[in-house]
Write a protein of this length. Structure first.
Length: 69
């Protein structure tokens, strides 16, 4: 599992947890924003509803954990 943070605009951040690669998830968020699919991504929803530009290129990986076995 990976935890990542996207953006710091107005002291707000989005922290996500995913099993897939961070780059894959960033591409998904970008696609959802571009296609105005606010129901498929919290990042897209915020970008669309508040007319904010999300700097996905500034995403930072906070931690990466191996799944429990």
């Amino acid at each position: 599992m990976k935890k990542f943070v996207i953006g710091k605009q107005k002291r707000r951040v989005y922290i996500g947890q995913r099993g897939q690669s961070t780059q894959t998830r960033i591409k998904e968020h970008n696609r959802h924003i571009r296609l105005a699919q606010s129901d498929t991504s919290a990042v897209a929803e915020h970008s669309i509803n508040h007319d904010h530009i999300i700097k996905l290129q500034d995403t930072k990986l906070l931690s990466s954990l191996k799944p429990d076995t």
